[in-house]
Design a protein around this ligand. Sequence first.
Ligand SMILES: Cc1cc2nc3c(=O)[nH]c(=O)nc-3n(C[C@H](O)[C@H](O)[C@H](O)COP(=O)(O)O)c2cc1C
Length: 138
Amino acid sequence: MIHLIYISSATSWPSEQDLTELLEQARARNIRQNITGMLLYGNATYMQVLKGEEKDVHEIYSAIKIDPRNNGVVTLVEEEIAERDFPGWSMGFRNLTACSPEELPGFSDIFHRGFDKEAVIKNDGVAKKLLMNFATNV
Ligand SMILES: Cc1cc2nc3c(=O)[nH]c(=O)nc-3n(C[C@H](O)[C@H](O)[C@H](O)COP(=O)(O)O)c2cc1C
C-alpha cells in the first residue's frame, strides 16, 4: 500500500456545486478501487492524499493529472505505508476558503495570502503535516 500527495491548480474558480460534483465522482470511483484519503481546496489550489494499492493510486492519479479541472500537478510525497490513517473515508474534504489563520496554528507561512501552492512546494514536509492535522480535526 502507498500514499501519494500532490498539489495542483484549479483551472477556474470552482463553485460549491462544482466541488460537490467533483467529490461525488471521486468518492464513487474511490469506493470501487478501495482508495481513501483527503482533499483540501482553497485559493484555486487543490491538495490531496490518495491511499491504496499502488496500482489503484497510480490509475486514479493518472486520471487526475489529465483532468481539465486542474493543471500544474506537482507530486509532493509518494511512499509505502503500513496502514491507512483515514480508514473508512472514501475521500475526506475541507474547503479552506473561509479558514482563518487562527484555525491553522503552525501553518501561517502557507496561509498568509490564502492557501499558497508555491509556499507548500518550498516547505518540505508541510503538506503531510497539514493533511494529518485535518484528518484528526473533522
Ligand atoms: C482535484 C481533483 C481531485 C480528484 N480526486 C479524485 C479522486 O480522489 N478519485 C477519483 O476517482 N477521481 C478524482 N478526480 C476525478 C478524476 O480526475 C476523474 O475525473 C475520475 O476519476 C473519472 O472517473 P470516472 O471514469 O469513474 O468518471 C479528481 C479530480 C480533480 C480535479
